[in-house]
Ligand binder design. Structure first.
Ligand code: ATP
Ligand code: MG
Length: 457
């Protein structure tokens, strides 16, 4: 429960961190954008000033003359009363706006100026008319005012990031208007982002690092949780397993103390054998647990020797048969190598490997166990395999059976004793020899464990 809370907290922290990053980036973008507008704005205002100085008068003078001609034509063509109508007014302001925006020559000059200074010259300009009146001698005809609420004509909206260059109030014979001039850089976004690139790269790297650490921590946490669950299972299994032989010993030794039994040679011999056997079992179990801690500390120390493989395998099988004499088991040998074939491995450890595999084949079987033990060769390798007709292993379990303390999730497992260490040792021992263990299994049909051991020439 607490762990889940931790995971949720960690996740929330990650989300907060991510949002913080996004926030920082967007703020930085806004800031950079403002700086861009300031810097480029200053440049372009300089340009406008230079232009005004050079021409000696207003650089827009030519287009104003054309507008004046347009105004006089309109006044000449259109009767007074029609100039009051909304539709005519709308046409007039549209014509003014279009003529102004299409024929002004300032933009070209600005581009030249920017080019000379190696600044980005892809600009878009826009004249916005705030109000317009036509004049005829002493008469005024109001055409447009952006403070009027009921304007039918709306000009292209001025872009949010456009740079304001100035407001002019030209008054000529036939018109007076108030107009603002804006310029926008087509590549503004690109330039701003390029200027942010170093920061973006650093932020991305930091983010990746944080994500990496986060995922690793999460994985470790889950692993730890799994391990601690397995450990507590192991401890309860272990105590359970220790208890059985201990109570047998307790009963047997108490019986030995009875006069009636002490006098019966045969009975007391039987009892002492039981005690002996249980003692041996206890020892084996304790050894296994000790092994695992020493294995963890220092790894295996192998004492390899050259062994004739067939007789070695036969001996293990024979010993196993004798051990399992209570159970009705069949072990079929399928040895596909020459009689005197020699390989090099640690016989003590390999005996453990096969005992583990054989005992699993018997333990996890719900019918008469039939085990096939095979040996064969492939270039550079000797292959051992143990095939059973047991209950099989599911895909999920197959991924984990080699882990320390892992016991399958089966009902049968509750009845069958085990510490979940057998296959872990099998794998560690084979790996220490430079080999690999493979598992193939079909639930309900049986399993095959294959050991591939490199042959040292
Ligand atoms: P230990 O061997 O330490 O006494 P164990 O037999 O439970 O205990 P492993 O030998 O490591 O531990 O096996 C792990 C699990 O893999 C078993 O609990 C069982 O669920 C499953 N398993 C192993 N061998 C077989 C098999 N031949 N058929 C079906 N399931 C198997
Ligand atoms: Mg086992």
């Amino acid at each position: 429960m607490k762990k889940r809370l931790n995971i949720i907290l960690a996740f929330a922290a990650l989300i907060i961190l991510l949002s913080a990053q996004v926030y920082v980036i967007s703020e930085l973008y806004k800031l950079r954008n403002r700086v861009f507008i300031q810097d480029y704005g200053a440049e372009i205002l300089d340009a406008v000033n230079v232009l005004e100085d050079n021409t000696g008068n207003n650089p827009l003078h030519n287009v104003y003359i054309e507008l004046n001609r347009l105004a006089s034509d309109i006044l000449f063509d259109i009767p007074d009363y029609e100039l009051q109508s909304d539709s005519v007014k709308t046409d007039v302001i549209k014509e003014f706006s279009d003529l102004l925006n299409e024929n002004e020559q300032v933009t070209e000059s600005l581009k030249l100026y920017l080019n000379e200074r190696n600044l980005d010259s892809e600009i878009k300009t826009f004249f916005y008319i705030h109000n317009l009146k036509l004049l005829n001698f002493n008469r005024e005809y109001p055409i447009f005012s952006d403070t009027d609420d009921n304007n039918l004509f709306t000009q292209n909206p001025v872009k949010k990031n456009a740079i304001f260059l100035g407001r002019y109030i030209p008054t000529y014979d036939y018109f007076r208007m108030e107009v603002s001039y804006y310029v926008d850089f087509n590549n503004r976004k690109k330039i701003v982002i390029a200027e942010m690139s170093s920061v973006l790269i650093i932020l991305t790297i930091t983010l990746c690092a944080v994500l990496f650490v986060y995922l690793r921590t999460l994985r470790n946490m889950l692993k730890q949780r799994k391990l601690s669950e397995l450990k507590s299972d192991f401890i309860s299994n272990m105590t359970h397993e220790l208890k059985t032989p201990l109570s047998t010993i307790a009963v047997a030794s108490a019986s030995l103390a009875l006069d009636k039994i002490a006098s019966d040679r045969k009975k007391s011999k039987e009892l002492s054998e039981i005690i002996n056997r249980q003692n041996k079992l206890l020892n084996q179990m304790i050894d296994q647990v000790l092994d695992i801690s020493s294995l963890e500390k220092s790894g295996f120390t192998l004492s390899k020797e050259k062994v004739e493989v067939k007789p070695f395998m036969r001996e293990i099988i024979e010993a196993f048969r004798i051990n399992q004499s209570k159970n009705e088991i069949t072990i079929i040998e399928e040895f596909d190598i020459e009689e005197g074939f020699v390989a090099e491995f640690d016989t003590y450890q390999f005996t453990r490997v096969f005992n583990n595999l054989f005992s699993n084949a018997v333990k996890y079987c719900d019918q008469k166990p039939e085990i096939r033990s095979g040996i064969s060769l492939k270039p550079g390798f000797i292959i051992f395999w143990v095939k059973d007709n047991g209950i099989g292993i599911s895909k999920d379990d197959a991924k984990q059976v080699f882990s320390k303390f892992y016991r399958g999730n089966l009902d049968l497992n509750k009845k069958v004793k085990g510490l979940g260490l057998g296959l872990y040792f099998v794998q560690r021992i084979v790996q220490a020899h430079g080999g690999i263990v493979k598992l193939e299994s079909t639930p309900g049909k049986g399993s095959t464990f294959t050991i591939e051991l490199p042959l040292n020439k």
